[in-house]
Design a protein around this ligand. Structure first.
Ligand code: C5P
Length: 302
């Protein structure tokens, strides 16, 4: 029986600047996404009805009902082309769950690509992007991969050059953070300090220039996440995780997206391995980014 397998990368945000809260409840963003080499794999095959199975180290934390974003992606694509979602979707889960690395969004993006292949539909980004954007703010980026500026609520993407590999230690947390809760904590923090209007966010020229020049030290100086203080307020332990990276000699440390995964930037692969060894937490991963997204070379069709 025909099956399609798609490998999909996690994302991190090199910059995450949060603008005003919009009338629809979302915040205007200027973010710089980077796809990193930590992957889930989604496999789809025909089945009598939609079923979802999750395996892998983070399987226990993933819902397997219709609330799963991959199941919603299957229903959305099926409805868009007027068919029933008669498929079995298997997710091999390695990206931390509710960790600020868009793992659920990645699975949804991979499901769109895998099912489009299975059903002989177009798989190019311009066809899949509107469906991805409907599923969530972070679903479109894994289709593209690489490094991209995201605006709007994060779904409007513009690829930008990155002239060097960036090596990271990814430090997952045993805790989960809800993205809406972290945005709400930021709103509370902003309201507490005064009523000045929040300015429209912009991708930082210094970060984009550092990426284009392949200057890792300058990238380290330009990393920024507006959601970090909110994530640390909700999980004060994160301050310790960040300090551990600084003490181990990382060039910079950062909360990933809405957290609670933390990131340590290193000069190169040996330096990342050294930082990971110094920190000495067995669950940490050394990864490289940018990597390509799902519509490029991550589709495997046996
Ligand atoms: O788009 P997605 O479903 O991933 O967003 C989850 C939640 O994160 C939203 O309901 C909203 O609370 C928050 N969010 C936001 N502004 C954004 C993206 C997400 O407030 N740009």
């Amino acid at each position: 029986m025909r099956e399609i397998q798609v490998r999909v990368p996690a994302k991190i945000n090199l910059q995450l600047s949060v603008g005003p809260r919009r009338e629809d409840g979302y915040h205007e963003l200027a973010t710089v996404f980077c796809a990193v080499g930590l992957y889930d794999t989604v496999t789809v095959r025909p089945a009598p009805e939609l079923t979802l199975r999750v395996t892998g180290p983070h399987a226990a934390a993933v819902p397997t009902d219709e609330s799963n974003l991959a199941a919603r992606a299957a229903c959305l694509l099926a409805a868009a082309v007027g068919r029933d979602p008669q498929v079995r979707v298997e997710i091999d889960k390695h990206i931390p769950v509710a960790g600020g690395m868009a793992g659920g969004s990645a699975d949804a993006a991979a499901t769109l690509v895998a099912l489009a292949r299975l059903w002989d539909l177009p798989t190019d980004i311009s066809t899949l992007h509107p469906l991805a954007a409907q599923l969530g703010s972070d679903v479109a980026f894994p289709l593209l991969g690489g490094v991209a500026v995201g605006t709007g609520r994060g779904e409007m993407l513009r690829p930008v050059p990155c002239a060097t590999p960036l090596w990271w230690v990814v430090a997952p947390s045993p805790h989960h953070l809800s993205t809406p809760a972290v945005f709400a904590a930021l709103d509370r923090q902003r309201a507490a300090v005064g009523s000045a209007p929040v300015p429209a966010p912009h991708a930082g020229p210094a970060l984009l220039a550092a990426l284009a020049a392949g200057d890792v030290e300058a990238v380290a100086r330009s990393l920024h996440n507006d959601l970090q203080p909110a994530a640390v307020e909700l999980l004060p332990d994160l301050a310790r995780t960040l300090t551990a990276g600084d003490r181990a000699g990382a060039l910079a440390t950062l909360v990933s997206g809405s957290g609670p995964t933390c990131l340590y930037l290193a000069r190169d692969k040996p330096h990342a391995q050294e930082v990971a060894q110094q920190v000495g937490r067995p669950g940490d991963h050394v990864v490289q980014g940018p990597v390509v997204g799902t519509t490029a070379r991550n589709c495997l069709e046996p």
